[in-house]
Design a binder for this molecule. Structure first.
Ligand code: ADP
Length: 581
């Protein structure tokens, strides 16, 4: 900036100096000559008064005499141009002067002047000639000449003065300009730096206002602008945070797509639902959900501008049911318009619904068999079989067996529903493990004996007490050992209890092991579900309801324990209960 100003100022300065010099030189020259002319005219008039009346002898001495007084060269010339006297040269030797311009002019106008270069003196000379009309009617010319050396000197002096004054002015001007430009430069640099800071995100930076001029106003405006940007960005950030919090806390999965079905926005639940671990902004939705039904739903919504809700079954990333609601989304920027999708994972609900349906079907089915049997035999008896005493007793015994089955089914169902409803509260105490086992063994010993099976226990003597609900613990053992007896034809059932160390913690493991028919591998994972049986007919014949292990599972869970079943067909089954400390 300073360089530019310097060049401009210097050019202007040189032009001013040159024009000033030309103008002043000419003014001085003309003034000087005017003054000189006046002065010489006065002098010439005075000299003219002293010119002798008689002009016979040369007037050289007269001229010399007046030169001393006036310092001008003095020449007296006759009307015809002949030199009558001269202060500097002997007049006899001098040529006719009539052709001199000043003499010619004086001849016509009485006064004549000219400036000529004198080779002898090698300088410009000023000549002033006046015509003098003498008494004898003769005309002579008196010429005074002075070198113009002084005028040149005066002009040179003036030049030097102009140059000095101009240089001082220029220097002062440059210093002021330098100071001003430095000040402007500093402020501009500060503004540039501030804009850089703002661009890199440092919105707290501000400028210090030192000037009161336009730069001060500019600085003030920039500060206000930075403050406004900071405030607006802060507001945007707040808005973003609020939106993010809302999106994060919404349990439904949410996604916003544009009209080209590219992702604009999504929430945490959506990432979880589709097991995404990277940013998916701008990615095509089909790549993420891999479900053509979802894509078609959005396309439909964008086309019709109407909201749609649909249950969609998907296999990616896992088998699940989704309740998808798509709404049209309008944006100022048409490209960004598209649809908002909420996806609700209803897989669990669907499963529960299926379980409920299965349960109702199972219960109905389980009840129908004994009720049909009871009804059938009761009708037969009413139809006359009551009189056939032998058969009547057989029929009544069958009715009793079926009603007992119905009873135990209802008992088990009630127990199960009471556990599930939380009506059965555990009363955990330090109970005597041997006492509980012995009670169960006593209850089942006849059943085992009748099948020729043994009932053995192998308890670590160190284990005397466990923390459990006494009655519920007995029920757990009863159901498991009863199963062992039911599904074993040879051998028997052994109950073992010992301590094990798992992950630095001491557990008690209770294992009920039989030598029975075992459970085929493919059924193992489902054993324990309500009414799930390997062979339903066999179970029914053995008086089972298909709910025993479901009750056990619930009670184990209520105790905070764990249960697993290991089994091998034709070898036997192991039910393992892990009791945490
Ligand atoms: P239930 O015994 O009344 O049929 P459970 O819930 O007690 O009902 O058992 C469910 C099914 O698990 C049984 O029908 C049987 O197929 C299988 N099961 C349970 N315990 C054993 C066992 N110890 N040995 C072989 N199969 C068993």
């Amino acid at each position: 900036m300073f360089k530019k100003i310097l060049i401009t100022y210097t050019i202007i300065f040189i032009l001013i100096v040159i024009s000033l010099e030309i103008y002043l030189s000419s003014v001085i020259k003309s003034n000087y000559i005017k003054n000189l002319k006046n002065s010489l005219l006065i002098q010439s008039k005075l000299i003219a008064l002293n010119i002798p009346d008689k002009l016979e002898k040369p007037l050289d001495d007269f001229c010399k005499d007046f030169k001393e007084k006036t310092s001008a060269r003095i020449t007296i010339i006759a009307e015809d141009g002949k030199v009558l006297g001269d202060s500097d040269e002997p007049s006899q030797n001098m040529e006719n002067h009539y052709n001199r311009p000043e003499i010619r002019e004086a001849d016509i106008n009485e006064i004549g002047s000219s400036i000529r270069f004198s080779k002898t003196l090698s300088t410009d000379m000023f000549y002033l000639a006046v015509s003098i009309n003498r008494d004898d009617n003769k005309k002579i010319f008196l010429r005074l000449s002075v070198p113009l050396k002084d005028i040149q000197k005066a002009i040179n002096d003036l030049r030097i003065k102009i140059l000095i004054a101009s240089s001082i002015s220029l220097l002062t001007l440059l210093l002021i300009t330098l100071y001003q430009t430095e000040k402007i430069k500093k402020t501009i640099n500060e503004i540039v730096n501030l804009s850089k800071e703002i661009a890199t995100g440092n919105l707290k930076s501000r400028l210090i206002i030192t000037e009161k001029d336009e730069l001060g106003d500019l600085t003030k405006n920039i500060n206000e602008m930075a403050q406004s940007i900071e405030y607006q960005l802060h507001e945007i950030e707040l808005e973003k945070q609020r939106l993010e919090t809302i999106l994060k806390t919404i349990s439904e999965s949410l996604i916003l797509v544009d009209n080209k079905l590219r992702v604009i926005l999504y929430n945490f639940s959506f990432k979880n639902l589709f097991q995404i671990d990277q940013d998916i902004t701008n990615k095509p939705l089909i790549e993420i959900c891999r479900n053509i039904e979802i894509v078609q739903l959005i396309e439909h919504v964008i086309k019709t501008n109407q909201s749609v809700t649909k249950e969609i079954q998907t296999t990616y990333p896992k088998e699940s049911f989704l309740l998808v609601t798509a709404n049209p989304y309008y944006s100022i920027n048409e490209e960004s318009s598209g649809a908002v999708l909420t996806l609700y994972d209803i897989t669990k609900l669907k499963k529960l619904e299926q379980i409920r349906k299965d349960f109702v079907a199972n219960v109905s089915h389980e009840m129908k068999t004994p009720i049909t049997a009871i009804k059938g035999f009761a009708e037969t008896l009413l139809d006359g079989a009551i009189d056939d005493k032998e058969n009547a007793i057989k029929f009544l015994k069958t009715i009793k067996t079926h009603s007992e089955r119905l009873n135990s089914l209802i008992d088990d169902l009630l127990t199960l529903s009471r556990i599930e409803l939380g009506e059965i509260k555990l009363e955990k105490n330090n109970i005597n493990i041997n006492e509980a086992i012995d009670n169960v063994f006593n209850l089942l010993s006849n059943k085992a004996k009748s099948k020729g099976l043994y009932l053995k226990k192998d308890i670590d003597p160190a284990i005397k007490y466990i923390n459990a609900d006494f009655n519920r613990f007995q029920q757990i053992l009863l159901n498991i050992i009863d199963n062992g007896i039911k599904f074993t034809e040879k051998g028997g059932v052994t109950l073992k209890a010992y301590k094990i160390n798992k992950d630095g913690k001491e557990f008690i493991e209770i294992i009920v092991e039989d030598t029975g028919i075992g459970i085929p591998k493919k059924h193992l994972t489902r054993i324990g579900e309500r009414f799930y049986r390997v062979d339903a007919e066999r179970s029914r014949n053995l008086g089972g309801t298909g709910l025993g292990l479901a009750i056990v599972k619930h009670l184990i869970k209520a105790h905070g324990w764990e249960m697993k079943i290991e089994s091998e067909e034709s070898i036997g089954t192991k039910v393992i209960i892990s009791i945490s400390p």
